[in-house]
Ligand binder design. Structure first.
Ligand SMILES: Nc1nc2c(c(=O)[nH]1)N[C@H]1C(S)=C(S)[C@@H](COP(=O)(O)O)O[C@H]1N2
Ligand SMILES: [Mo]
Length: 515
């Protein structure tokens, strides 16, 4: 037990101090985040249907916690082994170092310095473990922990622990724990102070040459989700365990590949370009039927079409590959980005610079395409290519190369399992078919006929549309269903499909108890 605790304490000091070193070498070079990042990038495609494929905030916390628990278990065992056979303990720490270093230096754009946090941590772990283990020697046992493999005699040493030896051990354990906590949290704090928060505060967004038309007064259906999602409530999905910190003063966008005129533009140059403001509803392909991985915001940005026209893509360049500073990629059809839709290289979200979590300083926003094929955050590179020649991040992981957003609808009120009194019960929700637009929403009560819901006004075909329906509810348990039709005349299919490979289908339904 004591030896196990010594192992855990040594690992905690290693991880904590590594966080301090990582203040200099970058947050992703700290062993926990580095290993977590490797896990994120290597989740087997077979797990894609469990929604692991896109990492929301909760998946990230779970992943880091899980990695930490595994490490603690490993360190506990290592302490016990090391108490009997020191060299095996050393080898165990060596293995930890190899894994941590390998993970850190293979992260996108990592230099050799990314190895430092793990190396410093591992070296300290050796000393801490040795020191603590020596304190765990029972009184009367001679010398330090054995360097040799255990012999028959090992373990037969006297086992009397005096009060004094226990006190010394616990004291040392406490000090090690304190060092781990202070360095771990201190390192994190210093890292966050190096973040781009201040640079973001200093940004003054240019005025839009063309502002979005004011929202019609009737966009909001009572009981439906807010028509404009606040930045705080806007869903967040990405593979970044620590959001990339990109200083606008050093930001650049390179447009190259199959183009006649490669272009590189800086932040200053980008802000000089004509900006427009548009409401666009983003949606995640991993959204389940009825799910909330969808949000609508007012984006400020420059039309990507104009930049692409200047770069002048070569014939055959049917894919616009977007790459973020952390190496993530997505690919959109070149035709979609040049067909006149409001595809933006965006710098503003709901009147403020992009939040760091949503891609500060620059991201793409493309009406009508799922986020994983169009909405690159922290973008730094655009490469014209052929779909036949390049698969972006999620494609080898089991998702389609091309993924236009499917026509979908959702009931926001009543919630599933809600109770209501008989009489008029408002049903309301949202429907979306970005860039085509919604033309009809229908509601079905139990197995009754489909009834046409009232469609509320909306900003454009690129935004979701709210709907409502006054239901004359009768006593009993009822199932409410919704389906939408887009302006191309397509009605949502009733056939349920999971999110992979190109978006979920099926009708959203809720159960309501009236009584
Ligand atoms: N750099 C980067 N950009 C990214 C992703 C990512 O993992 N990394 N995820 C994409 C996905 S899957 C979606 S749905 C949208 C979500 O954007 P949001 O987090 O601003 O809502 O971002 C896209 N852009
Ligand atoms: Mo997504």
């Amino acid at each position: 037990m004591r030896a196990g605790l010594a192992g855990v304490a040594a690992a905690a000091v290693a991880v904590g101090v590594a966080e301090v070193v990582a203040v200099l070498t970058g947050p992703l070079s700290a062993p926990l985040l580095a290993v977590g990042g490797v896990v994120v990038d290597n989740v087997p495609p077979a797990m894609k249907d469990f929604g692991v494929a896109v990492f929301g905030v909760h998946d990230k916390t779970a992943l880091i916690t899980g990695t930490a628990i595994l490490l603690a278990a490993y360190a506990f065992g290592l302490g016990i082994v090391a108490a009997r056979w020191w060299r095996a303990g050393l080898a165990g720490i060596g293995l930890f170092a190899v894994i941590g270093v390998a993970a850190a230096v293979t992260r996108h754009d990592a230099g050799v310095t990314a190895a430092l946090p793990t190396l410093v941590g591992a070296a300290l772990a050796v000393f801490v473990l040795r020191y603590l283990l020596d304190l765990t020697r029972p009184d009367g046992a001679d010398g330090p922990v054995s360097d040799e493999a255990p012999t028959e005699k090992a373990g037969t040493a006297p086992t009397a622990y005096s009060y004094e030896s226990r006190r010394r051990f616990l004291q040392a354990l406490g000090i090690a724990g304190g060092i781990a906590l202070v360095s771990g949290f201190g390192g994190r704090l210093l890292t966050s102070r190096r973040a781009v928060t201040q640079a973001r505060k200093d940004v003054v967004l240019p005025a839009a040459r063309q502002t979005a038309p004011p929202l019609p007064s009737g966009v909001q259906a009572q009981g439906a989700t807010p028509f404009v999602s606040s930045n705080k409530d806007f869903y967040r999905i990405d593979t970044a365990l620590y959001p990339p910190q990109v200083d606008p003063s050093t930001w650049q966008l390179k447009i190259h590949g199959m183009v006649r005129n490669p272009i590189t533009i800086t932040w200053e140059e980008l802000l000089q370009r004509p900006m427009i403001e548009r409401y666009v509803t983003l949606a995640c392909v991993s959204n389940e039927v009825g799910g909330d991985l969808i949000g609508n915001a007012l984006w400020l940005g420059t039309p990507i079409k104009e930049l692409l026209d200047e770069a002048d893509p070569l014939p055959g360049a049917d894919q616009v590959v977007q790459r973020s500073v952390d190496g993530w990629t997505c690919g959109s059809p070149t035709a979609a980005l040049r067909d006149g839709r409001d595809a933006l290289l965006a710098v503003g979200m709901n009147g403020v610079p992009l939040p760091v979590d949503h891609g500060f300083p620059v991201r793409m926003v493309v009406p009508g395409l799922y986020g994983y094929v169009s909405a690159c955050k922290w973008i730094t590179e655009i490469e014209l290519a052929r779909f036949a020649d390049f698969d972006a991040y999620w494609v080898p992981r089991g998702w389609s190369q091309q993924a236009p957003i499917k026509t979908e609808s959702r009931i926001d009120t009543p919630r599933d399992g809600a109770a209501r009194s008989p009489g008029t019960v408002p049903i309301a929700g949202v429907a979306w078919a970005q860039h085509r637009g919604i033309s009809k929403v229908e509601v079905q009560i139990d197995d009754g006929p489909w009834a046409v819901a009232e469609l509320h006004e909306t900003a454009s075909a690129d935004t979701w549309r709210q709907w409502s329906y006054p239901w004359q509810a009768t006593e009993g348990q009822h199932i409410l269903r919704v389906r939408a039709t887009d302006t191309s005349g397509q009605t949502q299919t009733s056939t349920p499909a999971p999110p992979a490979p190109d978006g979920a289908t099926g009708w959203h339904s809720v159960q309501v108890n009236v009584g």
